[in-house]
Design a protein around this ligand. Structure first.
Ligand SMILES: [Zn+2]
Ligand SMILES: [Zn+2]
Length: 313
């Protein structure tokens, strides 16, 4: 039997369990761009056949895709996003936005976005459904929800830093959002920051993470500018880890996943964490809107500029 670890219950973890690794996230992006057939996913993501069929199978099993005959009476299957799957568009938009804003555009990500409703270049922006105010790490606070507590998670789920073309523990530090959330430990180390946990020993205790893995992830997060170190003891020198501005800007992405999981993957005990929007005092419900005209964004109204086009503008 696989070894398990006791970790804090988290809707973000539930979401990442359902979405899966980097390949699955690339598949999801292509689905929002209109891909439905196996061969289209293969051509666009570059995933090996076996990998692609595994990931599609688990995305179907997790309720994110449904299979339908490609045409009436055809034997070939097409993969369509379910309503649950379409609910992940907000998190994809926020990941794209972060990449554009911080110049961490992944090879498959857009270098810019245009909203077809207003015709303007824009960035997706997360706003509160109750008061319309901006959602950020500073405008929200957290409290334990009715489902707070610990849960068991399989170690194998957490251990891999899977990347296309590289083995586990590939040398390149995760840089874009897909990389970071595709590596579960990286996502979990970042999330400790939202709860004010900054010291190595405290992070280690909260995640039950091996020290070498934690050291590796912290080094990568400092290298890519998501964390900064702050000296808090002189001899021997000890450091706290704090989110930089770039790191704090990842918060709406985590929140988009949390809200999605609370809606689609809730268990009977309720949400593990409740998020309050400070401006209005209500439990956060959020939408992702166009920064220019404030209309909620949909897959059909968002046009992408791809990285190779960037030089022209
Ligand atoms: Zn509000
Ligand atoms: Zn607009």
């Amino acid at each position: 039997m696989a070894r398990t670890r006791k970790i804090l219950r988290s809707s973000v973890n539930r979401a990442l369990n359902a979405i899966g690794d980097r390949w699955s996230q690339l598949i999801l992006e292509e689905a929002f761009r209109g891909a439905t057939r196996f061969e289209d996913f293969r051509a666009r993501t570059g995933a090996p056949r076996n990998t692609l069929s595994n990931r599609l199978r688990s995305l179907v099993a997790n309720g994110i895709f449904e299979q339908r005959a490609h045409r009436e009476g055809a034997t070939r299957q097409a993969y369509h996003l379910t309503e649950m799957g379409r609910g992940l568009f907000d998190s994809v938009l926020i990941a794209w936005c972060w990449g554009i804003r911080w110049d961490e555009v992944s090879p498959n990500g857009p270098a810019g976005l245009v909203h077809s409703v207003c015709g303007r270049s824009m960035l997706p922006q997360m706003v509160c459904d109750h008061c319309g105010g901006d959602i950020s790490l500073h405008s929200c606070s957290h409290r334990p929800g009715p489902g707070a507590g610990f849960e068991e998670m399989e170690v194998t789920r957490l251990h891999r830093r899977r990347q296309p073309g590289g083995g586990e523990e590939a040398a390149r530090p995760p840089s874009d959002v897909v990389d970071m959330t595709g590596d579960r430990w990286t996502g979990m180390v970042i999330s400790t920051q939202y709860f004010g946990i900054h010291r190595f020993d405290d992070i280690q205790a909260n995640l039950d993470i091996a020290t070498n893995i934690l050291t590796d992830r912290l080094r990568a997060l400092v290298a890519n500018g998501v964390f900064e170190r702050r000296l808090y003891e002189m001899s021997p020198p000890r450091y706290e880890y704090w989110l930089t501005k770039k790191g704090k800007d990842l918060y709406p992405h985590a929140l988009a996943l949390l809200l999605w999981a609370d809606h689609w993957l809730a268990d009977a005990s309720g949400p593990p964490v409740e998020v309050i929007h400070n401006a209005c005092g209500k439990l956060v419900e959020a939408s992702v809107v166009c920064s220019e005209c404030k209309v909620p964004l949909e897959p059909q109204t968002v046009a992408e500029r791809r990285p190779r086009e960037r030089a022209k503008t």
